[in-house]
Design a binder for this molecule. Sequence first.
Ligand SMILES: NC(=O)c1ccc[n+]([C@@H]2O[C@H](COP(=O)([O-])OP(=O)(O)OC[C@H]3O[C@@H](n4cnc5c(N)ncnc54)[C@H](OP(=O)(O)O)[C@@H]3O)[C@@H](O)[C@H]2O)c1
Length: 359
Amino acid sequence: MNYVNDVSPMHRAPENLALWLPKRGRKFEAGPAPYTRPGANELVVRTRAIGLNLVDGIPGFAYRLVVPWLTFPAVVGGDVAGEVVAVGPGVDRFTVGDRVLGHALGLERSQNRAAEGAFQHYVILMAHVVSPIPDSLSFQQAAVLPLQLSTAASGMFQHDGLGLDLPTADPADRGETVLVWGGSTGVGSNAIQLARNAGYRVVATASPRNFDYLHSLGAAAAIDRNSSEAVDELVAAIGEVPLAGSLAIGNGSLPKVMRVAARAPGTKRVSCAAPGLVTRMLALRAPRGVYVSSIWGGSLKDNEVGPAIYTDFLPTALATGAYRAEPEAEVVGHGLEAIPAGLGRLRDGVSAKKLVVTV
Ligand SMILES: NC(=O)c1ccc[n+]([C@@H]2O[C@H](COP(=O)([O-])OP(=O)(O)OC[C@H]3O[C@@H](n4cnc5c(N)ncnc54)[C@H](OP(=O)(O)O)[C@@H]3O)[C@@H](O)[C@H]2O)c1
């Protein structure tokens, strides 16, 4: 059995600090937390940078809607970059001291565990949703990736999503288009790059100030998401290169994406990043032949997509520059105590930026 642990039962565990949510709808409070030793297929990572996501800072009611199973006191947070301090049984890809990024999955229904929330100094991560960070990438920039990367990958590659072909180091041109509505969001930035690395042409939307950014990620066409002609313009941009699938990211995107999918040639599958209930309601109005699925960003932990992305694809793609950690990180403070104010800023809105706290 491969069991590497610098915090052996013989030694005193490090002191852990977490940002607790004592109850639904209450304010975060920093305080001591247990240090949890890694189980099978788990790592303990000392967090050095934490990315902030909208789901981390949603008020009480929205938590009830999106993660109704969550028990309190809770430690939330999905994006971790840091150093491996302990490795559990069965983990052979990592050793103590490795610099890694990973998707913290404490919010998942199957986990619902404070030890797996990113907002703490020592977090448990599942090894198959962890990747090494190349020397060229800082902790703060690496921390932008996990949850938004997982969300894009779940929607695009799972069989219950778009079922696209997986990204590889040397993708063949597939002669098909992927539509990414919301291309300048964190989820969209990852979706564009994943699609390109899987050999698809990409047509995406954003505000015009982000068109250069979309092109830099590999989009062949960028369309103004606020234009009243956006649907027509997308159908024209897709042209004769048939759709392989479409992603609807951002409020109000699904009805428009469904209209594009109905009119453009190719596959009429649409995956939507809105909460499942919202997606199901909107999908009742899907045009004939358009099939809509909803995305859950943590679902790739339970299928082949998790290891395909975090083990097989991302490490080499990051090291060679074929994949960039985007959007650009903006460090909004140091220490767990800086997270609540950072979440407030995130709720006010960001554009092609990811807010990160260093720890
Ligand atoms: N289902 C899941 O598991 C899951 C997981 C993560 C996120 N999400 C959802 O996915 C969406 C994106 O999340 P994120 O964290 O990637 O966002 P984000 O990076 O915070 O998004 C910022 C971007 O949103 C764009 N934007 C604002 N309103 C929009 C709208 N109505 N339609 C399209 N784009 C819009 C802005 O683009 P411009 O400045 O270019 O206009 C801005 O660049 C959110 O709705 C989030 O709730 C779902």
